[in-house]
Design a protein around this ligand. Sequence first.
Ligand code: FES
Length: 229
Amino acid sequence: MSLRRLAKEQPESFVFTDEHQARAEKIIAKYPAGYQASAVIPLLDLAQRQDRWVTKPAIEYIAAMLDMDVIRVLEVATFYTMFNLNPVGKSHIQVCTNLPCMLRGCADVVRACEDKLGVKFGGTTADGDFTLSEVECAGACVNAPIVAVDDDYYEDLDYESMGKLIDAIKAGNPPSPGSATGRQGAAPAGDRKSLTEDPTPTYSARDWAAAKQKFEEAQEAARKAKENA
Ligand code: FES
């Protein structure tokens, strides 16, 4: 289970850049008057994109901006693992360890990260290039095990492919996000398990004239049987 606490060391203050301030105001304007608190997640995300993590002053700044109690913004920031509560390295590797990923071998993916980076969950490499984090369901269980590297999802990973992914990021040449086994989107792994037959409806090929004749013959036979009864 991932532990969610604010960092002990915090900056003195936070303020959005002019660009982000304008974007924040645009986001808030999307909500009806009195419902500006609904913008809390996008604004926390904006603060994180600015500093790469969510600081306590940023939480207070957003609370004031949205006219919310600080505790309510803090609740949101500490609930979602998408918000980094500590500074992170240049690449933030987030490994999902929830049930579907566990059943599909995330322990090997975690081991590959630890072997390659020399850090455990919550750790940042000495050169500041990588932070390794544990997350609870990345929302892509069907392609488990899943690792998010910042905004990109890498799927169907195992020990070897995870190691190769880290090597590629280190070399400045990360692969395209998606499945490491080449499966398309969320299609079934391996052979197709459903829709294996021609889905063309059979009624279009039916001989309606013959069916009508058969129906009328059956009706006629039933009528005669009734007369003779
Ligand atoms: S359990 Fe890993 S993505 Fe859902």
